[in-house]
Design a protein around this ligand. Structure first.
Ligand SMILES: NC(=O)c1ccc[n+]([C@@H]2O[C@H](COP(=O)([O-])OP(=O)(O)OC[C@H]3O[C@@H](n4cnc5c(N)ncnc54)[C@H](OP(=O)(O)O)[C@@H]3O)[C@@H](O)[C@H]2O)c1
Length: 280
């Protein structure tokens, strides 16, 4: 699969007017995979585009060297700054949002185009299938390389996988240790050749970061706790996201690729906080 040579993705949410500077810092630190969304409420896609453009201009790098992922977000997930006509049909909204993304990012194709989340909490609606069909068209026209879906539960992912023609290549979910690090979804991904992207690996799992076993691992290995979490995630098949705003953390997160945990350490972390039921 092209360009998923990346071991960690840089996430650009919640950075507002610092998006351009922080994304540029991340590119300079060595990140080549960037996650954003055409959802002004939480992301500044235009800032990402400015950073990418500035980096390419100053280094002479090729667009092909970067993996750029953005998302289509329903009206319900947006504030008043909509990237489409709210009265338009779903297909038109996707096309408008997509073309606005290309403009913001100053590029002519997207590596991965992600449905930010299904329109309903359970199951998939007709609107979700219409949106997916339009995303498939963008892929068939060569404007997108891969499709993905975010914030899905197992039932929704199975429905999508069974019904659509072009299957998702990515799932992006919040990854809770207490639900076995999203075990059920990861299993589906593993069985269907889907790359699982995990976010909130640090922020959703405070109990892991402060767990005596993890603190001990960090001391023994002389690695930071986030580095251990990201290495562990990778070893169980998760492509981690980090949205750190700190240059030193960026470097540490990138360096986590060189860390290998033992089988015992992986097992210990796998079950560190497991509860019986899932929130989905
Ligand atoms: N699809 C969705 O619905 C969705 C939802 C949420 C997020 N995302 C994506 O995932 C990305 C990551 O979001 P996230 O929820 O995982 O949170 P995050 O924005 O990555 O936040 C990580 C937090 O941990 C701290 N931290 C401390 N040490 C760190 C280290 N060494 N490395 C990294 N962070 C460290 C960071 O502080 P410092 O800044 O000081 O390092 C920050 O406060 C987002 O930017 C977005 O692209 C997607």
């Amino acid at each position: 699969m092209k360009k998923i040579n990346s071991h960690i993705m840089y996430g650009t949410a919640w950075k507002e007017d610092k998006t351009e500077r922080l994304t540029l810092n991340a590119l300079m630190a060595g990140f080549n995979s960037i996650d954003t969304a055409n959802q002004r409420k939480h992301y500044n896609e235009e800032g990402v585009g400015k950073a990418l453009h500035a980096f390419i201009k100053s280094t002479g790098a090729d667009r092909e060297e970067f993996f750029i992922q953005t998302k289509f977000t329903y009206k319900e997930g947006q504030d008043h700054r909509l990237p489409f006509d709210p009265q338009a049909e779903p297909a038109t909204q996707v096309k408008q949002s997509f073309s606005s993304s290309l403009g913001h990012l100053q590029i002519d194709y997207i590596d991965s185009y992600v449905l930010h989340g299904p329109s309903t909490r359970f199951g998939l609606s007709e609107r979700d299938y219409q949106v997916w069909t339009t995303m498939e068209e963008l892929l068939s026209e060569g404007k997108v390389n891969y499709l993905g879906i975010s914030n899905v539960n197992a039932e929704q992912l199975n429905f999508l996988f069974e019904k659509v023609e072009i299957k998702p290549s990515f799932v992006q979910n919040r990854c809770f240790a207490r639900f076995g690090w999203d075990k059920e979804i990861r299993e589906i991904c593993k069985n269907n050749n889907i790359i699982y992207q995990g976010f909130s690996l640090l922020t959703a799992n405070r109990e892991v970061l402060t767990h005596p076993r993890v603190i001990q691992m960090s001391k023994t290995m002389n690695k930071t706790i986030p580095q251990i979490i990201f290495s562990f995630a990778r070893q169980i098949g998760i492509l981690p996201l980090t949205g750190t705003t700190n240059r030193k953390h960026m470097e540490e997160d990138l360096e986590s690729v060189d860390i290998t945990l033992t089988k015992e350490q992986v097992n210990s972390l796998t079950n560190i906080s497991t509860r019986k039921s899932s929130s989905f």
